[in-house]
Design a protein around this ligand. Structure first.
Ligand SMILES: Cc1cc2nc3c(=O)[nH]c(=O)nc-3n(C[C@H](O)[C@H](O)[C@H](O)COP(=O)(O)OP(=O)(O)OC[C@H]3O[C@@H](n4cnc5c(N)ncnc54)[C@H](O)[C@@H]3O)c2cc1C
Length: 441
């Protein structure tokens, strides 16, 4: 069995190591245009902020490790064309410029995603940077040294993490977003307001509900102009979202309108013997039961692992995702899973919510912190569809528990009576998740 894998960050690395372990007879060739594998982008903000000192810790594999497993690693090789009818690929060696052809029995698309770069006037000026891979992380760190005023465009989780890192680094930071609040996809307003206030108190300028209209500067960017204002900037980081990297198989396999490849629960695309995993794919989103584009490393490693298990015969199904994610910003820990109330209403769903405020430990303990938890549930079936939590205490694991509840179609009524332990160091006799469930009668 000749397996060609295109792309080797998280989905690719997981697929390759699992195929090599489970099917030692497979002849695996990896084509990766970069010079490294398995870089954890989640560490970029920590690296920029100086929390991570040694960036080598942000890699958990290497071309050499995969080669030791018997895999042929074609690093700095870009796949230019894929002919899925004839199972042929055309590849360019980026070092020598040579082009070569290869064939496969099974193809794994792990080409991931690339940051969206909107066609804004001045976008090509120096010091307007992207934040996705290792080389970009190093460029950000290098350019940040001389930058006094940093502007981050896009208030998703990548943008806000960078804002924190630059603020701690002592920069004057502006965060611009076209939405009227930060983190709008992950949290409802009562949560984002708390974080926004914290940001403002720390001197971070929030330019929300503003669209960038142009960048100004000679060679380097010096100003970001928006629909409402102008922001002097020495460095701009663009974090406005990701697009799946799937041009190579466009028109050859089924995709969502944004180009995300649709896979079934065994990671099979609509074309026989082509598998896909990670940010290049759409995956079943359990709260709605529909395919959705949720580019997360967690989904990528699970899907890559499943490619390994299913590449010879369908064996293990993917259970779908809730898009569960967590963040730590200054003193606050927060996490969310499934639908926010806003997202549910936008999707035309009839939902209700419960919000509770509770201390994380009994008040007789020397210290305790307030937790805010919100649970979103279907008004009719009472099925839990989403949840968000924020606190100075780290109670983010509770959101993983609620992710399991969504995964298993549990109702908000059941939540009140799930068996959780009690010990005063950690919680109260009624766990706050139980308390949320007990609010609905
Ligand atoms: C700053 C940042 C922070 C993040 N933080 C988190 C986090 O905390 N938690 C979390 O779950 N997720 C996080 N993510 C998301 C996570 O990094 C992605 O979901 C993950 O990288 C997806 O892995 P992937 O292997 O599917 O795709 P990618 O990481 O996009 O990798 C695709 C690979 O394919 C290669 N490739 C593409 N086209 C070709 C071609 N034609 N020929 C050869 N090679 C090709 C690319 O070079 C690349 O190496 C973060 C992302 C960023 C950018």
């Amino acid at each position: 069995m000749k397996v060609a894998v295109v792309g080797c960050t998280h989905a690719g690395t997981a697929a390759v190591s699992n195929i090599a372990n489970l099917h030692p007879e497979a002849e695996i060739t990896v084509y990766e245009r970069n010079d490294n594998v398995s870089f954890l982008s989640c560490g970029i903000a920590l690296y920029v902020g100086g929390v991570v000192k040694d960036p080598q810790g942000l890699f958990y594999s290497s071309p050499e490790k995969l080669e030791e497993m018997g895999v042929t690693m074609k690093m700095r090789h870009e796949v230019l064309d894929i002919d899925t009818d004839n199972r042929r690929i055309r590849v360019k060696n980026l070092e020598t410029e040579e082009e070569l052809d290869d064939t496969y029995d099974k193809l794994v698309m792990a080409t991931g995603s690339w940051p969206i770069v909107p066609p804004i006037e001045g976008i090509k000026l120096n010091n307007i940077l992207l934040s996705k891979n290792y080389n970009q992380a190093n460029t950000i760190i290098e350019r940040a040294k001389d930058a006094k005023r940093v502007t981050v465009i896009g208030a998703g989780y990548i943008g806000v993490e960078l804002v924190e890192a630059f603020q701690k680094y002592g920069k004057e930071v502006t965060l611009i977003d076209g939405e009227d609040r930060i983190l709008s996809k992950y949290l409802d307003p009562e949560f984002t307001e708390v974080i926004e206030e914290d940001f403002r108190n720390r001197g971070i300028r929030l330019a929300l509900n503003e669209t960038v209209t142009r960048f100004e500067g000679d060679t380097n960017v010096s100003k970001v102009v928006t629909s409402k204002g102008e922001y002097e900037s020495d460095l701009v980081i663009l974090c406005v979202g990701f697009r799946p990297n799937t041009q190579l198989v466009k028109g050859q396999v089924d995709m969502l309108p944004n180009g995300a490849i649709i896979v079934d629960e065994y990671m099979r695309t609509s074309k026989k013997d082509i598998y896909a995993a990670g940010d290049s794919c759409a995956i079943r989103y359990n709260p709605t039961g529909e395919h959705a584009y949720i580019p997360l490393a967690t989904n990528a490693v699970r899907m890559g692992t499943l490619v390994g298990r299913n590449i010879v015969k369908p064996t293990t199904k993917y259970m779908g995702t809730q898009g569960t994610s967590g963040l730590h910003l200054f003193d606050l820990s927060m996490a969310s899973t499934g639908l926010t109330e806003k997202a549910a209403f936008s999707a035309g769903m009839n939902v209700k919510t419960i919000t509770i405020e509770e201390n994380n430990r009994p008040e007789f303990m020397p210290d305790y912190e307030v937790i805010t938890l919100k649970v979103v549930y279907d008004d009719e079936s009472r099925r839990i569809l989403g949840a968000q939590v924020i606190s100075k205490a780290d109670v983010t694991q509770s959101i993983n528990t609620l992710s399991v509840c969504i995964q298993n179609n549990m109702t908000v009524d059941e939540l009140g009576f799930i068996d959780f332990f009690f010990q005063p160091h950690f919680n109260k006799p009624w766990n706050f998740l139980n308390q949320a469930g007990l609010q609905v009668i």
